[in-house]
Design a protein. Structure first.
Length: 483
C-alpha cells in the first residue's frame, strides 16, 4: 500500500530477541499452574456441592408433599362416620397457616374437598389420568410461590366417584430463601477456601523452592579467587541431592582447571626465571669476550641452559596433562626386568660416568600388567634423579635396585645431605635442597613431582624414606600377571 510505513527489520528482530531472551520463571509457572488447578478444583467442588444440596432439599420437600397427598387421598376415600375435618387431622391445612393447600376431584372433575386455607380458590386440575406423580410449580391462592404434586388414585368398585385426583401444594418461598442463603454461604466458603489455598500454595512454593534460591545465591557468590562453597547438604530434599552433588562435581572440576592453569603459569615463571636470566647475561657479556675459545664456551653454556629450559617445559606440560587426566594408562603384559635394564643403561650413558656403581638384585623375569611408557618414564625419573643428586667421591657410594616381589620395586642411594623431614617432603614442587658436594644438579623437586603424578595416574604408591644417610624410594601396587 503506497505511503504505508514499513516496519524496521531491526526493530522486529529486537522485539523478537527480547521475547526470546525473557527468562521463564519456574516459580511463576508453578504458581500459575497451582492457581489454575486450585481454582478449577474449588469451583467444580462448589458446583457439585450446590447441586447436591439443591437436589437433597428439593427431594425432601417433594417427599413431604407426596406423603401428605397420599394421606389426603386415603382420608377422602375411606368410609368413616363422624369424621373430623381434614384440617383437624393435618393442622398445616388450617386457615391460619397460609402455607399448605390441597384439593381433591372425582373422575368427572367435581371438587370433592379443598383446604380451608384456599378460601374457595381452586388449585390447577391435573390432566393426567395415570397413577404417576406429577410435580409442578404454581402460584398459590394466597399469592405466594409454591410447589404442588398431583396424584390419581383408583377407588373401590361401586364407588360413584370412580377415581380420586388429589393436588397438594406447599409454599416454597422459605425453601428458596434457604437455598439462596446456602448458595451464598457455599460460594463465600469456596472463595475463602480458594484464597487460603492460594496463599498457602504461595508460601509453600516459596519454602519448597528455597533450596533453588540457595543454589542461585551460592553460585552467584562463587568467585574464581575464592574456595567454592559446596551446594550439597543433608538438609536438601531427596530430589535435589543428585543435582547438588553433580553441581559440586562440576564446580570442583572448573576450579581444578583454573588452579591447574594458574599453577602451570606460576610454575613456568618460577622455573624459567633463572635460566632466562642466565641466558640473557651470557648473551650480553658475550659481545665483550675476546678469544674464540671463551666465546665457544659461552655458546655451549647458552645451549645447555636452553636445553634445561626445554626439559623444564616438557616436564611441566607432561605434569599438566597427567593431572588433567589426558594421559591415561594403557595396560598390557610386560616384563619389568628388561625395562629396568634399559632405563639403567640409558642413565649411565647420559651421565657419561661409571664412577657410581649400581647393584641390581633383579630376577630373570618379572611379568606384570601395566603401561610400559608411563612405567619407563617413572623409573627414568627416579633412577636419573639418583644419578644426578648422588654425592661424588664417596668410597661406599652406590645405587641399589631391587625387586623384592612382583608388586614392588625398591631404589636406594646415598643421600647424606637429607634428613627424615626433607625426605617426607620429596615429591613436592619446588622443594629446593642444597646439593651434595660435587653433585651435578643444582636443585630437585619438579622431576619427583612428575614421578608422583605418574605413579598416582597408574594407581601406584610412591614413598620416600631416609635412614642412616640412605634414601629409599619404594614403588608399590604393581599388578602381577595372572598365572
Amino acid at each position: 500500500m503506497p505511503g504505508a510505513p514499513i516496519p524496521s527489520p531491526h526493530g522486529v528482530d529486537s522485539a523478537m530477541s527480547l521475547k526470546r531472551e525473557r527468562p521463564r520463571s519456574l516459580r511463576h509457572r508453578l504458581a500459575r499452574s497451582i492457581a489454575l488447578t486450585s481454582t478449577i478444583s474449588v469451583v467444580v467442588l462448589a458446583l457439585l456441592l450446590d447441586k447436591s444440596f439443591d437436589h437433597r432439599l428439593q427431594q425432601r420437600f417433594d417427599a413431604g408433599l407426596h406423603a401428605r397427598a397420599r394421606a389426603v387421598a386415603a382420608y377422602l376415600g375411606a368410609s368413616v362416620r363422624d369424621a373430623e375435618p381434614l384440617e383437624t387431622w393435618m393442622p398445616e391445612f388450617r386457615e391460619a397457616g397460609h402455607t399448605d393447600f390441597y384439593q381433591a376431584w372425582d373422575a368427572s372433575g367435581q371438587t370433592l374437598a379443598r383446604s380451608a386455607s384456599s378460601h374457595q380458590a381452586d388449585l390447577p386440575l391435573p390432566t393426567a389420568q395415570d397413577a404417576e406423580a406429577q410435580w409442578f410449580d404454581l402460584q398459590l391462592p394466597d399469592g405466594h410461590h409454591g410447589r404442588a404434586i398431583a396424584l390419581v388414585f383408583d377407588l373401590p368398585d361401586g364407588d360413584s366417584r370412580d377415581s380420586l385426583r388429589v393436588v397438594v401444594a406447599e409454599e416454597r418461598e422459605q425453601l428458596d430463601a434457604l437455598m439462596v442463603q446456602l448458595h451464598g454461604l457455599l460460594f463465600a466458603g469456596a472463595l475463602t477456601t480458594l484464597v487460603v489455598v492460594l496463599m498457602l500454595s504461595h508460601w509453600l512454593l516459596r519454602r519448597g523452592l528455597a533450596p533453588l534460591d540457595g543454589f542461585a545465591a551460592t553460585l552467584a557468590a562463587t568467585r574464581p579467587e575464592q574456595a567454592a562453597k559446596p551446594l550439597f547438604s543433608d538438609e536438601l530434599p531427596a530430589e535435589l541431592m543428585p543435582v547438588a552433588r553433580k553441581f559440586d562435581q562440576l564446580v570442583m572440576r572448573v576450579f581444578k582447571l583454573l588452579d591447574r592453569e594458574r599453577r602451570f603459569a606460576r610454575d613456568l615463571a618460577h622455573e624459567l626465571r633463572t635460566p632466562v636470566a642466565e641466558t640473557r647475561a651470557l648473551a650480553e657479556t658475550s659481545a665483550y669476550v675476546e678469544g674464540e675459545h671463551e666465546l665457544r664456551r659461552r655458546l655451549r653454556a647458552i645451549a645447555e641452559t636452553s636445553a634445561e629450559m626445554e626439559r623444564t617445559m616438557d616436564t611441566l606440560l607432561a605434569l599438566a596433562r597427567i593431572e588433567a587426566g589426558l594421559d591415561r594408562p594403557a595396560t598390557e603384559p610386560l616384563d619389568l626386568v628388561p625395562l629396568l635394564g634399559e632405563v639403567l643403561t640409558r642413565n649411565r650413558q647420559r651421565q657419561l660416568s661409571d664412577t657410581i656403581p649400581v647393584h641390581s638384585a633383579l630376577p630373570a623375569e618379572c611379568w606384570i600388567i601395566g603401561d610400559a611408557g608411563m612405567l619407563e618414564r617413572l623409573f627414568d625419573i627416579l633412577i636419573g634423579n639418583a644419578f644426578e643428586h648422588a654425592p661424588r667421591g664417596m668410597s661406599d657410594q652406590r645405587i641399589e635396585l631391587e625387586l623384592p616381589d612382583e608388586r614392588s620395586v625398591i631404589l636406594r642411594n646415598a643421600a647424606p645431605h637429607l634428613d627424615p623431614t626433607l625426605a617426607a617432603q620429596l615429591g613436592r614442587r619446588f622443594l629446593h635442597i642444597e646439593s651434595n658436594p660435587g653433585s651435578a644438579s643444582r636443585h630437585s623437586g619438579l622431576g619427583l613431582s612428575l614421578a608422583v603424578a605418574l605413579a598416582e595416574a597408574q594407581g601406584l604408591g610412591l614413598h620416600f624414606d631416609w635412614q642412616d644417610g640412605q634414601l629409599t624410594a619404594r614403588i608399590s601396587g604393581l599388578t602381577p600377571l595372572p598365572s
